[in-house]
Design a protein around this ligand. Structure first.
Ligand code: GLN
Length: 297
């Protein structure tokens, strides 16, 4: 992991910290953390691995998992599972594909999944927060309300996506409610340690930390497959090429990657490439999976 950190720090400053959400612009581009959690509960870390950061789109994998766990297959009538090949906040395919987002990991798809989770639980934000707290063992895990407000104040694109979805009848709850819950789970502050632990159900074929079953083996396999093909937006192919793991990035600079049957890796390095993925995070995972046999290939 030290070698992975060195690889990340060599390139991190070639990226740019996200500033379209003003509250994220203050992040230190030279911060770096990495955690590894094994399926049997061991956790290792380097650098700023216990420092909370904004998880952003990493939340999309938890909203999907909870929606499948509570509501089953019906979500797949409202969202596809093909790579989009377009940026995470793109509107283009929504019109040509009649309001059905390409996959659950672009913003349009995650807004639909949040809507479904809200209908199923009455509180999408709370469902994600409670799950993250339980799996990470960190009862303090919470939405950063400053980041959530900053997203809402500057969320014209997400509002456009949500209204567009509503115009096709693909939102059941009011646009403002869905967006409020979407911003709240994106703006969760969590550390590499928290996220590596919270994602372990995907490495444990659907089993939660307390050994109860969240998802069937089949659904866990399917989420990992969609993460591999869609988790890094229009750079999913490059990530599969360099890292060879299912993974989900967020514009806060985090990436959560899954090694089925073995464990999870979470890296944080705030400077991003043009696709919105962490430059240092991809470099660290590339170095790690190249030096070890932790890859699905
Ligand atoms: N909350 C962010 C947004 O909606 C998430 C984007 C991301 O992390 N890629 O724009």
């Amino acid at each position: 992991m030290e070698r992975a950190r060195d690889a990340a720090l060599r390139v991190a400053t070639t990226g740019r910290v996200a500033d379209y959400i003003p509250a994220l612009a203050a992040a230190d581009p030279e911060a770096f953390g990495m955690a590894l959690a094994t399926t049997d509960g061991e956790v290792f870390g380097v650098g700023d691995w216990e420092q909370p950061f904004s998880i952003q789109s990493i939340s999309k994998l938890f909203t999907l998992a909870l929606t499948l766990a509570v509501g089953g297959e019906s979500i797949w009538k409202r969202v596809g599972r093909e790579p989009s090949g377009t940026p995470f906040n793109s509107l283009i395919q929504l019109e040509t594909e009649h309001g059905i987002p390409r996959n659950p990991f672009i913003n349009a798809g995650a807004i639909v999944v949040t809507d479904q989770l809200h209908s199923l639980t009455g509180d999408a934000r709370g469902a994600v927060r409670d799950f993250l707290r339980a799996e990470s063992g960190n009862p303090l895990l919470e939405t950063d309300s400053v980041v959530a407000a900053s997203e809402a104040d500057n969320g014209h694109r997400n509002a456009a996506l949500a209204h567009f979805l509503a115009s096709y009848g693909n939102l059941d709850n009011p646009v403002d409610t869905v967006l409020e819950h979407y911003y709240a789970h994106c703006a969760t502050a969590a550390s590499c340690r928290d996220l590596a632990l919270a994602g372990r159900f995907l490495a444990r074929h659907g089993l939660r930390a307390d050994a109860s079953r969240l998802l069937s083996r089949s659904d866990a396999k399917r989420i990992n497959a969609v993460l591999l093909t869609c988790g890094m937006y229009d750079a999913a192919g490059e990530f599969a090429f360099r890292v060879g793991l299912p993974g989900k990035s967020g514009v806060g600079g985090g990436i959560l990657a899954v090694v089925p049957g073995r464990g999870t890796l979470c890296v944080w390095s705030p400077a991003l490439d043009p696709a919105g993925n962490s430059v240092g995070g991809v470099a660290a995972l590339d170095a790690f999976t190249t030096a070890t046999d932790w890859s699905v290939f």
